[in-house]
Design a protein around this ligand. Structure first.
Ligand code: CAA
Length: 291
């Protein structure tokens, strides 16, 4: 199956990055969100991120112009129905994703492949509640999408071969690398990454180190590009907590117990960069540790 048009649900951090790379690779993109403001902000951000690539001579000005011309937005979810491939990139909460799929189903073309950018929720369960579990997959991008090379492709128990192959072709056209993951909680990257981030929060919680010393240790001592707490702020502390809960519930092992300090930050609404406060305070010129 030849995919040409991509529908993207959600114009947040992941949705706008996915729209960016899909349009740059030549796909027609239709992005939807419940808020027109979010859609306008996403298009402006894509334009700025493409400018960044133009100024670093990764792409030409005409590549940017062509990509921007391929991106359309709509506040109406049903408009995505005829797209060849839909990538759901809404908030990491199963009830929200479920409602989106329920609302989309009556409008979908028979051939449409449905995918979710979920970072941890069961693909098999999401698929089972649709009319097309064989044409349903996990299509998991990493943040920042234009920079990160990996895409995890997750087959649900019913996903058929042609659906997997069609998604693999899309990943290849994006110039990215696919990792095939089985459908178990948090797949590969987050199964490994989130317990590390959670352990960094425990290290802070137990007073073993400060925000600064923990991040510096992992940057300088393990060559990580970002410290684990800085990375948690970048991903979003609500997303980190949601993934830890999926691991804890899904694998029923206390080693995945979310750190109470992570829960406290989320309860405070200190969700990281997106709310300007998390393990660092981003409201000034330079980020300042909050502990
Ligand atoms: N769009 C386009 N280009 C971007 C960009 C964006 N949004 N963000 C950064 N870039 C580009 C920059 O222009 C720069 O390009 P050049 O190499 O051509 O100079 C390059 O990326 C590096 O950016 P910077 O120089 O600004 O900053 P940096 O060197 O500190 O790198 C980083 C930034 C790439 C984010 C790096 O810190 C990093 O790799 N961090 C770790 C990110 C990570 O682990 N992501 C995975 C999170 S887990 C996940 O996403 C899964 C999940 O489900 C939660």
């Amino acid at each position: 199956m030849d995919i040409q048009s991509i529908g993207i649900v959600g114009a947040g951090q992941m949705g706008n990055g996915i729209a960016h790379v899909m349009a740059l690779a030549g796909y027609d993109v239709l992005m939807t969100d419940i808020s027109q403001d979010a859609l306008d902000a996403a298009v402006a951000l894509i334009s700025r991120n493409l400018d960044r690539q133009v100024s670093r001579e990764k792409i030409s000005q005409s590549d940017k112009d062509a990509a921007m011309a391929r991106i359309k937005t709509t506040p109406t979810l049903a408009d995505l129905g005829p797209c060849d491939l839909i990538v759901e990139a809404a908030t990491e909460r199963e009830t929200i994703k479920q409602k989106i799929f329920d609302d989309l189903l009556p409008h979908l073309a028979p051939h449409t492949i449905l995918t979710s950018n979920t970072s941890s929720i069961s693909i098999t369960r999401l698929a089972s509640r649709t009319d097309r579990p064989e044409r349903f997959m996990g299509f998991h991008f990493m943040n920042p999408v234009p920079v990160m090379q990996l895409v995890e492709l997750i087959r649900g128990i019913a996903t058929d071969g042609p659906t997997y192959d069609a998604c693999l072709k899309v990943v290849e056209k994006l110039g990215k690398t696919a990792a095939s993951a089985e459908d178990f909680p948090a797949f590969i990257v987050n199964r490994i990454l989130m317990p590390m981030i959670n352990e960094a929060v425990y290290t802070l919680y137990e007073g073993v180190g400060s925000v600064k010393s923990i991040d510096e240790s992992m940057k300088l001592g393990a060559n990580h590009p970002m410290g684990p707490l800085e990375l948690a702020d970048f991903i979003g502390l609500d997303t980190c907590l949601a993934i830890m809960n999926v691991l804890h519930d899904g694998l029923a092992d206390t080693k995945y117990r979310p750190c109470p300090l992570l829960t406290k930050y989320v309860e405070a609404g200190w969700l990281g960069r997106k709310t300007q406060r998390g393990f660092y305070d981003y409201r000034g010129e330079v980020p300042v540790p909050t502990r």
